[in-house]
Design a protein around this ligand. Structure first.
Ligand SMILES: NC(=O)c1ccc[n+]([C@@H]2O[C@H](COP(=O)([O-])OP(=O)(O)OC[C@H]3O[C@@H](n4cnc5c(N)ncnc54)[C@H](O)[C@@H]3O)[C@@H](O)[C@H]2O)c1
Length: 355
């Protein structure tokens, strides 16, 4: 068994009360995943805030001498095999590219969403390909019990042919990234053929360094004819579950407000059935394990950049549809983040919120 030296960029502050929020200190969650693996040694960490890096090192038994404020210094001194990148979204691409170009790294496991622009998302994938570096994104919900159960029900033909996916994320970019990724998983990684959307963005909502709208209504069609529709930012008013999976012979629902974790109803049945999917929804150890396994075996990881690009094309495609006031066909031929450009051009003016 090969053993791997793991390093972290962006440790986050010490999470006294871990919550999913603006500072989730995701590196702590990645680290807990690597710690479970016999073939991983946590060797170094870096954070712009030295105190954060030192607290992280103390927590995970990393020598104080291997804590850095400058990640380039860390890469040169430690030459890690795997780097977890857990910094704000606009920094993902430059950091991932620096890691790949350092020539020391075999795999990079980066937090989601991929990047703040469509160009940066493509570029990080291209550079990692050039340097033969495995690049993956932490869409860890694929490894959660509920998502695995839904995929199994679909693969077993429980609801016939997949026809439509409906989803209700809190916002389309940050939270939507996870749910659109699950749709990719359920629909066998097919790319979108077109995307059409509208947003309302009246109150500034910058999450992890990127503007996120307040409400969005997005529709897209995959290459294989499956349709999807997202109602973002509406709570449970339009869709009382997180994802509804509609097939030719039945329906599956994830996290219905009144139902079990996953429920299924076949055509002709009057009652919903509990699909027995209680268990963690977010599985970061599972995601981390899959990345290390992919490195070890050379097999493809479900979390690979190619799959993340499929998701990101839908996210930015929706925003491009807002700018174009029409349907956007793929491949998406833009470089920027249309929401950011529209805000910078003064065409959308969200009201500033107080800190
Ligand atoms: N997978 C998930 O479910 C999930 C949940 C929450 C957040 N996230 C993502 O995780 C990422 C990090 O979020 P978080 O909540 O852990 O952030 P955080 O604020 O807790 O930690 C980020 C750390 O990065 C450091 N940093 C910023 N720029 C840096 C640089 N150039 N070099 C080194 N360190 C730098 C900051 O000092 C900070 O300590 C974001 O991309 C976010 O979207 C994912």
């Amino acid at each position: 068994m090969t053993s791997y030296d793991i390093a972290f960029i962006g440790t986050g502050p010490e999470p006294e009360n871990p919550v999913w929020g603006e500072s989730a200190a995701m590196a702590y969650r990645h680290a807990a995943g690597y710690e479970e693996l016999d073939n991983c040694d946590l060797v170094a960490c870096s954070d712009l805030v030295g105190e954060n890096a030192r607290a992280f090192a103390a927590e995970f038994g990393i020598p104080d001498a291997n804590t850095y404020e400058d990640y380039d210094e860390m890469l040169a001194a430690v030459e890690p095999d795997v780097v977890s990148v857990c910094t704000p979204v606009p920094t993902h691409a430059p950091i991932v590219i620096d890691c790949a170009e350092s020539g020391h790294v075999d795999a990079i496991h980066c937090e989601k969403p991929m990047a703040d622009t469509w160009e940066a998302s493509r570029e990080m994938a291209t550079v990692c390909d050039e340097y033969d570096v495995l690049l993956t994104f932490n869409h860890q919900r694929r490894y959660g019990v509920p998502a695995g159960r839904i995929k199994q029900l679909l693969d077993d033909g429980e609801i016939g042919e997949l026809q439509r996916l409906e989803l209700a994320p809190g916002n389309f970019f940050d939270a939507g990234s996870h749910l659109v990724d699950l749709c990719s998983y359920f629909n066998d990684e097919h790319r979108a053929k077109w995307v059409m959307g509208q947003i309302d963005y009246r109150e500034e909502n910058v999450r992890y360094g990127v503007h996120n709208e307040n409400q969005a209504f997005v529709q897209w069609r995959y290459e294989n004819g499956v349709h999807a529709v997202a109602y973002a930012g509406f709570g449970d008013e339009l869709l009382p579950c997180q994802i509804r999976v509609v097939g030719s012979e039945g329906v599956i629902e994830l996290q219905h407000i009144e139902g079990p974790t996953v429920r299924v109803r076949r055509q002709g049945e009057t009652e919903w059935r509990d699909a027995d999917a209680d268990g963690p929804d977010a599985n970061i150890p599972g995601a981390v394990r899959s990345v290390v396994d992919a490195l070890e075996t050379g097999e493809e990881s479900m979390l690979r950049a190619e799959n993340a690009l499929t998701v990101t094309e839908i996210l930015f495609g929706a925003y491009e549809s807002v700018r174009q006031r029409g349907r956007v066909d793929t491949p998406l031929e833009i470089d920027d983040n249309p929401i950011v450009s529209l805000v910078e051009a003064g065409e959308i003016v969200p009201e500033q919120t107080e800190d």
